[in-house]
Design a protein around this ligand. Structure first.
Ligand SMILES: [Zn+2]
Ligand SMILES: [Zn+2]
Length: 286
Protein backbone atom coordinates (compact mmCIF):
# COMPACT_ATOMS: atom_id res chain seq x y z
CA UNK A 1 0.00 0.00 0.00
CA UNK A 2 2.76 2.37 0.97
CA UNK A 3 4.65 1.57 -2.22
CA UNK A 4 1.56 2.18 -4.38
CA UNK A 5 1.02 5.57 -2.77
CA UNK A 6 4.65 6.41 -3.32
CA UNK A 7 4.48 5.55 -7.01
CA UNK A 8 1.25 7.50 -7.43
CA UNK A 9 2.81 10.57 -5.85
CA UNK A 10 5.99 10.30 -7.90
CA UNK A 11 3.90 10.08 -11.08
CA UNK A 12 1.89 13.18 -10.23
CA UNK A 13 5.09 15.09 -9.39
CA UNK A 14 6.51 14.17 -12.78
CA UNK A 15 3.38 15.53 -14.44
CA UNK A 16 4.67 19.03 -13.63
CA UNK A 17 6.71 20.42 -16.52
CA UNK A 18 10.26 20.80 -15.17
CA UNK A 19 12.53 23.79 -15.64
CA UNK A 20 15.87 25.17 -14.53
CA UNK A 21 16.94 28.29 -12.69
CA UNK A 22 20.38 29.91 -12.98
CA UNK A 23 22.74 29.47 -10.03
CA UNK A 24 23.38 33.23 -10.06
CA UNK A 25 21.60 36.19 -11.61
CA UNK A 26 23.31 39.24 -13.05
CA UNK A 27 22.58 42.12 -10.66
CA UNK A 28 24.06 45.48 -11.70
CA UNK A 29 27.75 46.08 -12.06
CA UNK A 30 30.40 46.08 -10.78
CA UNK A 31 31.05 47.55 -14.24
CA UNK A 32 27.75 48.69 -15.77
CA UNK A 33 29.36 48.97 -19.23
CA UNK A 34 29.49 45.17 -19.32
CA UNK A 35 26.02 44.52 -17.98
CA UNK A 36 23.11 43.88 -20.37
CA UNK A 37 19.94 45.89 -19.66
CA UNK A 38 17.99 42.67 -19.28
CA UNK A 39 18.89 39.12 -18.40
CA UNK A 40 16.60 36.62 -20.08
CA UNK A 41 16.46 33.11 -18.70
CA UNK A 42 14.60 30.18 -20.24
CA UNK A 43 13.10 28.20 -17.36
CA UNK A 44 11.74 25.86 -19.99
CA UNK A 45 10.69 26.32 -23.59
CA UNK A 46 7.38 27.96 -22.64
CA UNK A 47 8.40 29.85 -19.48
CA UNK A 48 10.81 32.80 -19.41
CA UNK A 49 12.15 34.94 -16.60
CA UNK A 50 13.44 38.44 -17.35
CA UNK A 51 15.44 40.49 -14.91
CA UNK A 52 15.99 44.19 -15.32
CA UNK A 53 19.57 45.25 -14.63
CA UNK A 54 20.46 47.10 -11.45
CA UNK A 55 22.39 49.49 -13.70
CA UNK A 56 19.04 50.56 -15.20
CA UNK A 57 17.13 50.62 -11.91
CA UNK A 58 18.25 49.48 -8.47
CA UNK A 59 14.96 47.62 -7.91
CA UNK A 60 16.14 44.96 -10.41
CA UNK A 61 12.64 43.48 -10.75
CA UNK A 62 11.86 40.08 -12.25
CA UNK A 63 9.25 39.69 -15.00
CA UNK A 64 7.65 36.41 -16.03
CA UNK A 65 6.49 35.39 -19.50
CA UNK A 66 4.44 32.20 -19.85
CA UNK A 67 3.20 30.71 -23.10
CA UNK A 68 0.11 28.58 -23.60
CA UNK A 69 -1.17 27.21 -26.89
CA UNK A 70 -3.49 30.18 -27.50
CA UNK A 71 -2.09 33.10 -25.51
CA UNK A 72 0.96 34.29 -23.63
CA UNK A 73 0.89 36.11 -20.30
CA UNK A 74 3.46 38.60 -19.04
CA UNK A 75 3.58 39.42 -15.34
CA UNK A 76 4.85 43.00 -14.84
CA UNK A 77 6.65 45.44 -17.12
CA UNK A 78 9.66 46.65 -15.12
CA UNK A 79 10.96 49.73 -13.33
CA UNK A 80 12.35 53.14 -14.27
CA UNK A 81 13.09 53.60 -17.97
CA UNK A 82 11.85 50.11 -18.80
CA UNK A 83 11.82 49.10 -22.47
CA UNK A 84 10.09 45.82 -21.64
CA UNK A 85 7.70 46.09 -24.62
CA UNK A 86 10.63 46.02 -27.04
CA UNK A 87 12.46 43.24 -25.21
CA UNK A 88 9.35 41.08 -24.75
CA UNK A 89 8.31 41.58 -28.40
CA UNK A 90 11.71 40.34 -29.55
CA UNK A 91 11.50 37.38 -27.21
CA UNK A 92 8.00 36.49 -28.45
CA UNK A 93 9.23 36.76 -32.06
CA UNK A 94 12.02 34.28 -31.29
CA UNK A 95 9.58 31.92 -29.56
CA UNK A 96 7.24 32.08 -32.57
CA UNK A 97 10.11 31.31 -34.94
CA UNK A 98 11.14 28.28 -32.90
CA UNK A 99 7.52 27.06 -32.79
CA UNK A 100 6.96 27.73 -36.51
CA UNK A 101 4.09 30.09 -35.75
CA UNK A 102 3.33 33.61 -36.90
CA UNK A 103 1.52 35.22 -33.98
CA UNK A 104 0.22 34.78 -30.45
CA UNK A 105 -1.90 37.22 -28.42
CA UNK A 106 -0.28 38.62 -25.27
CA UNK A 107 -1.96 39.42 -21.96
CA UNK A 108 -0.05 41.95 -19.85
CA UNK A 109 -0.87 41.39 -16.18
CA UNK A 110 0.68 42.70 -12.96
CA UNK A 111 1.70 41.26 -9.63
CA UNK A 112 0.54 44.60 -8.17
CA UNK A 113 0.34 48.27 -9.03
CA UNK A 114 3.62 49.72 -7.67
CA UNK A 115 5.74 51.84 -9.99
CA UNK A 116 8.66 49.40 -10.16
CA UNK A 117 6.37 46.79 -11.79
CA UNK A 118 4.34 48.87 -14.23
CA UNK A 119 6.90 51.35 -15.58
CA UNK A 120 6.98 49.66 -19.00
CA UNK A 121 3.19 49.58 -19.45
CA UNK A 122 3.12 52.55 -21.81
CA UNK A 123 5.21 50.65 -24.35
CA UNK A 124 2.59 47.89 -24.60
CA UNK A 125 -0.44 50.16 -24.90
CA UNK A 126 -1.81 50.20 -28.41
CA UNK A 127 0.42 47.32 -29.53
CA UNK A 128 -1.47 44.92 -31.79
CA UNK A 129 -2.49 41.61 -30.20
CA UNK A 130 -1.92 42.91 -26.66
CA UNK A 131 -4.54 43.04 -23.89
CA UNK A 132 -3.70 44.94 -20.71
CA UNK A 133 -5.32 43.74 -17.51
CA UNK A 134 -6.78 46.90 -15.90
CA UNK A 135 -4.84 48.18 -12.88
CA UNK A 136 -7.93 48.30 -10.69
CA UNK A 137 -9.42 45.77 -8.30
CA UNK A 138 -12.71 45.66 -10.23
CA UNK A 139 -10.94 45.31 -13.57
CA UNK A 140 -8.61 42.59 -12.26
CA UNK A 141 -11.50 40.74 -10.63
CA UNK A 142 -13.55 40.83 -13.81
CA UNK A 143 -10.68 39.90 -16.12
CA UNK A 144 -9.73 36.76 -14.20
CA UNK A 145 -13.26 35.87 -13.09
CA UNK A 146 -12.45 36.20 -9.40
CA UNK A 147 -15.71 35.51 -7.59
CA UNK A 148 -15.34 37.89 -4.66
CA UNK A 149 -12.31 39.98 -3.66
CA UNK A 150 -10.14 38.96 -1.87
CA UNK A 151 -11.56 35.57 -0.88
CA UNK A 152 -12.30 34.21 -4.35
CA UNK A 153 -9.89 32.65 -6.81
CA UNK A 154 -9.75 33.47 -10.51
CA UNK A 155 -8.30 31.69 -13.51
CA UNK A 156 -6.90 32.32 -16.94
CA UNK A 157 -6.59 29.59 -19.55
CA UNK A 158 -3.72 30.34 -21.92
CA UNK A 159 -4.53 27.22 -23.95
CA UNK A 160 -3.70 23.91 -22.29
CA UNK A 161 -2.17 25.99 -19.51
CA UNK A 162 -4.30 27.23 -16.64
CA UNK A 163 -3.09 29.79 -14.15
CA UNK A 164 -4.94 30.29 -10.87
CA UNK A 165 -5.11 33.90 -9.74
CA UNK A 166 -5.20 34.44 -5.98
CA UNK A 167 -5.86 37.91 -4.52
CA UNK A 168 -3.27 38.65 -1.79
CA UNK A 169 -3.76 42.31 -0.80
CA UNK A 170 -1.63 43.73 2.01
CA UNK A 171 1.64 44.83 0.38
CA UNK A 172 -0.56 46.64 -2.12
CA UNK A 173 -4.36 46.73 -2.35
CA UNK A 174 -4.12 45.14 -5.82
CA UNK A 175 -1.62 42.30 -5.14
CA UNK A 176 -2.30 38.92 -6.76
CA UNK A 177 -0.40 35.64 -6.91
CA UNK A 178 -0.37 33.38 -9.97
CA UNK A 179 -0.15 29.59 -9.68
CA UNK A 180 0.98 27.89 -12.88
CA UNK A 181 -0.52 24.40 -12.85
CA UNK A 182 1.82 23.41 -15.69
CA UNK A 183 5.08 23.89 -13.78
CA UNK A 184 3.86 24.10 -10.18
CA UNK A 185 5.49 27.55 -9.92
CA UNK A 186 3.80 30.09 -7.64
CA UNK A 187 4.45 33.74 -8.52
CA UNK A 188 4.09 35.92 -5.44
CA UNK A 189 5.20 39.39 -6.56
CA UNK A 190 6.39 41.65 -3.72
CA UNK A 191 4.34 39.73 -1.13
CA UNK A 192 6.92 36.96 -0.76
CA UNK A 193 10.49 37.05 -2.02
CA UNK A 194 13.98 36.85 -0.48
CA UNK A 195 14.17 40.40 0.84
CA UNK A 196 12.20 43.05 2.69
CA UNK A 197 8.49 42.37 2.64
CA UNK A 198 6.97 45.81 3.08
CA UNK A 199 3.53 45.43 4.62
CA UNK A 200 1.12 48.33 4.09
CA UNK A 201 -2.00 46.77 5.62
CA UNK A 202 -0.90 44.25 8.23
CA UNK A 203 -4.20 42.47 9.06
CA UNK A 204 -5.03 42.16 5.37
CA UNK A 205 -1.52 40.88 4.55
CA UNK A 206 -1.71 38.26 7.32
CA UNK A 207 -5.08 37.05 6.02
CA UNK A 208 -3.73 36.94 2.44
CA UNK A 209 -0.70 34.87 3.40
CA UNK A 210 -2.95 32.48 5.35
CA UNK A 211 -5.25 32.10 2.31
CA UNK A 212 -2.27 31.58 0.01
CA UNK A 213 -0.87 28.91 2.33
CA UNK A 214 -4.30 27.23 2.39
CA UNK A 215 -4.49 27.40 -1.41
CA UNK A 216 -1.19 25.55 -1.76
CA UNK A 217 -2.14 22.77 0.67
CA UNK A 218 -1.98 19.45 -1.18
CA UNK A 219 -0.64 21.08 -4.36
CA UNK A 220 2.80 20.67 -5.82
CA UNK A 221 4.75 23.90 -5.40
CA UNK A 222 8.04 23.54 -7.26
CA UNK A 223 9.22 27.11 -6.66
CA UNK A 224 7.88 30.28 -5.14
CA UNK A 225 9.19 33.09 -7.33
CA UNK A 226 8.82 36.72 -6.30
CA UNK A 227 9.82 39.93 -8.03
CA UNK A 228 12.99 41.07 -6.23
CA UNK A 229 16.06 39.72 -4.44
CA UNK A 230 17.35 41.91 -1.60
CA UNK A 231 18.75 39.14 0.56
CA UNK A 232 22.34 37.93 0.42
CA UNK A 233 23.27 34.28 0.57
CA UNK A 234 24.37 34.87 4.17
CA UNK A 235 21.48 34.04 6.53
CA UNK A 236 19.69 37.10 7.97
CA UNK A 237 21.75 39.52 5.86
CA UNK A 238 20.15 41.80 3.27
CA UNK A 239 21.79 44.36 1.00
CA UNK A 240 21.35 48.07 1.77
CA UNK A 241 18.27 49.73 0.23
CA UNK A 242 19.20 51.01 -3.23
CA UNK A 243 22.09 48.58 -3.82
CA UNK A 244 22.73 48.08 -7.54
CA UNK A 245 25.41 45.45 -7.32
CA UNK A 246 24.64 42.43 -5.18
CA UNK A 247 27.32 39.77 -5.43
CA UNK A 248 26.41 36.47 -3.78
CA UNK A 249 22.68 37.02 -3.81
CA UNK A 250 20.21 34.67 -2.19
CA UNK A 251 18.55 32.35 -4.69
CA UNK A 252 15.40 33.74 -6.29
CA UNK A 253 13.42 30.59 -5.54
CA UNK A 254 11.75 30.06 -2.20
CA UNK A 255 9.73 27.02 -1.17
CA UNK A 256 6.31 26.43 0.39
CA UNK A 257 8.24 26.10 3.66
CA UNK A 258 9.01 29.83 3.47
CA UNK A 259 5.33 30.58 2.97
CA UNK A 260 4.46 28.58 6.09
CA UNK A 261 7.28 30.23 8.04
CA UNK A 262 5.96 33.65 7.01
CA UNK A 263 2.43 32.69 8.01
CA UNK A 264 3.63 31.50 11.42
CA UNK A 265 5.64 34.69 12.02
CA UNK A 266 2.67 36.90 11.05
CA UNK A 267 0.40 34.90 13.34
CA UNK A 268 2.86 35.52 16.19
CA UNK A 269 2.68 39.32 15.86
CA UNK A 270 -1.06 39.80 15.43
CA UNK A 271 -1.34 42.15 18.40
CA UNK A 272 1.74 44.18 17.58
CA UNK A 273 3.28 44.10 14.10
CA UNK A 274 7.06 44.56 14.32
CA UNK A 275 9.98 44.42 11.95
CA UNK A 276 11.31 40.89 12.07
CA UNK A 277 14.25 39.34 10.24
CA UNK A 278 13.90 35.67 9.37
CA UNK A 279 16.68 33.62 7.80
CA UNK A 280 15.68 34.35 4.20
CA UNK A 281 13.46 37.44 4.40
CA UNK A 282 12.40 40.33 6.62
CA UNK A 283 8.85 41.29 7.57
CA UNK A 284 8.67 45.07 7.40
CA UNK A 285 5.39 46.65 8.57
CA UNK A 286 4.96 50.25 7.41
ZN1 LIG B 1 5.59 46.63 -4.39
ZN1 LIG C 1 8.61 45.94 -6.06
Amino acid sequence: MKLILYIAFAASALAQAPGTLPSLWITGGPNCIEVPNWQIHQYNEDFYILRESGCTNYEKPFLYLLFGKDRALLEDTGAGKSDAAQVVSELIAKWLAVKGRTSIPLVVAHSHSHGDHIAGDAGFRGMPNVTMVPLTIDGTREFFGIDGWPDGIGHIDLGRRILDVIPIPGHDALSVAFYDRETGVLLTGDSLYPGRLYVRDFPEFARSIARLAAFTRGKIVTHILGTHIEQSSTPYKDYPVGAKYQPEEHSLALSRGHLLELQEALDGMKEKPVRLALRDLTIWPR
